[in-house]
Write a protein that binds this ligand. Structure first.
Ligand code: C2E
Ligand code: CA
Ligand code: CA
Length: 256
């Protein structure tokens, strides 16, 4: 109940986490992550409020708001930093996909913000694809046709069958942070990370490693030919103002 009010009261905001191209060290784009600063309860983590607003159906409103906000921010960050062709990844849930006018809504929002649809990446989970395969396929194909990219979030944690990878139009696999975290300590996780990178290459998909917290992981992922990475080692999610400065002052050689 509080959430609608919170949107109106500007208690909801987005933070943006840079995503780095591992071969060059440049900032390639961002992931938009929702934040709720509650007046009494303080900071509420999206891991807590997203499932609740999903259940209440408010997620559709929230996602639309987030997409608009993120596209406008991308435009401003590019304008103020001089950077070009950055992408913005936005998270969507299965409830968004169930809404009739999802594709129209997304496309209208992108057009109104004057961002190229090719700069927008839709992040979804494997679970969403498995639960509504036919609906999701049609929706994703329309998004793809309109120029957007599709990324599978938390890849490797959701479903064991890989047959869905060529059934759906998928551009990017995001390796779940649990594998990246264990990669340098545990041989099995390292083999999994290598396999996901090889799978992505073979299927002509980009691979993003999530949750990179240490230099050792970043260098290893680069040597394994992983395309992109995000994590606290490179930068924490931060408000628009901070990421604008970050992009302006970014030294591609500093971290890799
Ligand atoms: P996610 O999509 O997997 O997002 C990545 C999460 O990992 C974010 O948590 C991010 O802050 C965190 N993270 C980034 N780098 C590191 C790192 O190096 N180490 C560790 N330990 N964590 C790192 P956050 O922001 O708390 O978001 C949690 C989840 O909430 C997201 O997971 C996503 O599923 C959901 N979420 C956030 N914003 C939105 C949104 O706008 N819409 C929807 N549908 N879901 C959202
Ligand atoms: Ca995500
Ligand atoms: Ca993830």
């Amino acid at each position: 109940n509080d959430f609608k009010e919170a949107l109106a009261q500007d208690e909801i905001s987005l933070h943006y986490q840079p995503i780095i191209r591992l071969q060059t060290g440049e900032v390639a784009g961002f992931e938009a992550l929702m934040r709720w600063q509650h007046p009494e309860k303080g900071f509420i983590s999206p891991g807590i409020f997203i499932p609740v607003i999903e259940e209440s159906g408010l997620i559709v409103l929230a996602s639309r708001w987030a997409l608009r906000e993120a596209c406008l921010a991308l435009k401003r960050v590019e304008g103020r930093s001089g950077a070009k062709d950055l992408f913005m990844a936005v998270n969507f849930s299965s409830h968004d996909f169930a809404s009739e006018d999802f594709v129209d809504g997304v496309y209208t929002t992108i057009s109104e913000s004057d961002v190229d649809p090719g700069q927008v990446h839709l992040e979804i989970t494997e679970r969403l694809l498995i639960h509504q395969p036919d609906n999701a396929k049609e929706t994703l194909e329309m998004c793809r046709k309109a120029g957007m990219s599709i990324a599978i979030d938390d890849f490797g944690t959701g479903y064991s069958s890989l047959s869905y990878l060529h059934y759906f139009p998928i551009d990017t696999l995001k390796i779940d942070q649990s594998f990246v975290r264990d990669m340098t300590k545990n041989e099995a996780s390292l083999e999994l990370v290598k396999s996901i990178i090889a799978l992505g290459k073979n299927m002509k998909m980009k691979v993003v490693a999530e949750g990179v917290e240490h230099k050792e992981e970043a260098l290893l992922l680069r040597d394994l030919n992983c395309d992109l990475a995000q994590g606290y080692y490179f930068a924490r999610p931060a408000p628009e103002k901070d990421v604008t400065e970050l992009v302006k002052n970014w030294d591609p050689r500093a971290k890799l």
